[in-house]
Design a protein around this ligand. Structure first.
Ligand code: PMP
Length: 550
């Protein structure tokens, strides 16, 4: 290991041996009788899915988790260490590098509070370099204050609570000019930002480390997963100090699911919504007089108000908890971006007229997982965009796009199914999820037309009529001239509409005649879309049934 690293590491940590267990010494235990770790051979009581693994210690650094994180963050596997949240990563850095009552760390107020706490717990000193009035960071000021004086510089980007980024050139300048300090970049909110990650600097500056978390973008705050990305030398050093088996078995299993290709699609889709909502909230709140909203690249907004404590109380009285940040920046509050409904309630608390939003948002999300398919379906009946379809079946994607475009609603479908076996499961499960999503989005169906019909469509002559009646019925009449469209079995079309009508709880009548199966199927999807478009339109305030409910 390099001399440089030895010089900035606490000597006792450098020379100690980390805890060694059978799990850390032997890579694979499969098929062996395990009498090495004083575990209990019997299965415990709570009957969870993981029950067959619960009586055994987990892998100290689970290989499957490490390799997924390395791929996602774009580093080598030996540059990754996983811990219980990023807060633990910070604590480990301080304990490894800082000699108590002698060394110091540096951070840049107003910023995240745990850097100070981690230092205080370990008896480590603090150097503060304040951000400028516009929350930018002056690299020269920081370098002058910290060079050869501090062991670790914590840089938070996007910064909590201000929401702005530290320019990557500023981070690089600091890493270059402070070679005897660890430059620890906190990228807790980076997935919400439109800016490059400092991970690209890791291989260039051995003193750089980047910290990540699954708490924010991956909605995994309750699972406690933080990651350190650094040179393998630093990873090994930190690995000596971390608790022997930090990540519990149930958490490991959950992390592997969250980081699967499908899990990432769910996360990315949610990130997209949060970013859109951040923009909407920014635009709306910028129009409110007497407050100032700062631009944010994270999943919260910092807002300057005339009196933060009374605004805080005002929100509390409406059942909304926000954060009063006045201790760091006078008369500011920080509000997380929530669901569309939660955000509307925030707007209303600021006196914004939200009628427009209340009537126009008919949305639903379905996430459906079976042994055969993983499906995400997101609809918004009151928006036309985005339409993003990916089922792994080209022809089916094309048909679903027709359904959304001509139905006049926004639709995102992402499906991962066993299409290598057959298209059947994917088509059926997409139909179920889509039908369910549309039904949920329609809610109590107040104000809608309820009925829709179209006749006929070009030479293929497709006809569709729909009643959003609350009862699933399909009447399907089409004799296709060929059994396949490319590789797509035409019989699945009826099957799709059967599952779709069942879950949407709609009576759907479809018929098509013609000489070309592709035209007929496309005609059916378009006709159904047009009929749906009519039926879901809101034209009054009433429930469209004499019974008063459907
Ligand atoms: N860094 C920042 C900037 C944060 O705001 C937070 C949590 N609020 C964390 C790190 C902690 O992350 P974790 O949940 O992974 O401990």
């Amino acid at each position: 290991m390099s001399n440089w690293l030895q010089q900035i590491t606490r000597p006792e940590i450098w020379s100690m041996k980390g805890y060694s267990s059978a799990r850390s010494e032997m890579a694979d235990f499969a098929g062996m009788i395990q009498l090495d770790a004083n575990e209990n051979p019997f299965l415990p009581y709570p009957m969870s899915k993981e029950v067959h693994q619960l009586n055994r210690y987990p892998e100290p650094q689970p290989k499957a988790v490490i390799s997924r994180l390395a791929a996602i963050y774009g580093v080598h596997k030996d540059q990754v260490l996983v811990a219980r949240g990023m807060d633990e990563v910070m604590d480990l850095l301080v304990r490894v590098f800082c000699i108590p009552y002698k060394d110091s760390i540096l951070f840049t107020p107003p910023t995240y509070g745990y850097y100070q706490v981690a230092a205080d717990i370990s008896g480590v000193g603090i150097v503060k370099v304040n951000l400028e009035d516009d929350f930018s960071l002056d690299a020269d000021k920081l370098i002058n204050a910290g060079r050869n004086k501090v062991k670790i510089v914590f840089l938070c980007t996007p910064n909590n609570p201000t929401g702005n980024m530290i320019d990557i050139a500023v981070i690089e300048k600091i890493a270059l000019n402070m070679p005897n300090s660890i430059i620890a970049v906190d990228e807790a909110y980076m997935e919400f930002a439109d800016a490059p990650s400092a991970v690209s600097l890791l291989n260039k500056y051995p003193n750089m480390v980047v910290m990540k978390t699954l708490s924010k973008a991956y909605a995994f705050a309750g699972v406690r997963v933080g990651t350190l990305l650094a040179s393998n030398e630093i990873i090994k050093l930190i690995g000596k100090v971390i608790a022997p088996y930090p990540i519990p078995v149930p958490s490991i299993n959950l992390i592997i699911q969250a980081l699967s290709p499908f899990g990432l699609e769910v996360a990315n889709s949610n990130i997209d919504v949060i970013k859109l909502e951040r923009e909407r909230m920014y635009q709306e709140l910028s129009k409110v007089s007497g407050i100032h909203v700062y631009k944010s690249q994270a999943n919260y907004l910092l807002i300057k108000v005339s009196e933060a404590s009374s605004v805080y109380q005002h929100f509390l009285s409406r059942g909304i908890i926000i954060r009063n940040r006045s201790r760091d920046i006078p008369n500011t509050i920080r509000i997380s971006i929530g669901t569309v409904l939660e955000n509307n309630l925030v707007l209303r608390a600021f006196g914004v007229d939200i009628k427009e939003y209340l009537v126009s948002e008919r949305t639903a999300v379905i996430v459906r997982k079976t042994n055969e398919t993983d499906i995400l379906a997101r609809v918004n009946l009151d928006k036309k965009e985005p339409v993003k379809i990916s089922t792994g079946i080209g022809f089916f994607d094309h048909m679903l796009e027709q359904l959304a475009k001509h139905g006049g609603f926004s639709l995102e479908i992402s499906a991962k199914g066993d299409t290598h076996i057959d298209y059947h499961h994917t088509v059926e499960d997409v139909a179920i999820s889509l039908g369910q999503a549309l039904k949920n989005a329609l809610g109590d169906k107040r104000g809608i037309n309820r009925y829709g019909f179209v006749l006929p469509m070009d030479e293929a002559n497709a006809a569709a009529s729909i009643d959003l009646s609350g009862r699933g019925v399909l009447v399907f009449k089409a004799n296709f001239p060929t059994p396949l469209i490319g590789e797509f079995p035409v019989e699945l079309v009826e099957h799709f509409f059967l599952s779709f009508s069942d879950k949407l709880e709609a009576a759907i009548h479809l018929s098509a005649t013609g000489g070309n199966a592709h035209h007929m199927v496309e005609g059916l999807f378009k006709a159904c879309a047009k009929a749906l478009n009519q039926a879901i339109k809101e034209t009054s305030d009433d429930i469209p049934s004499t019974k008063g409910s459907i």
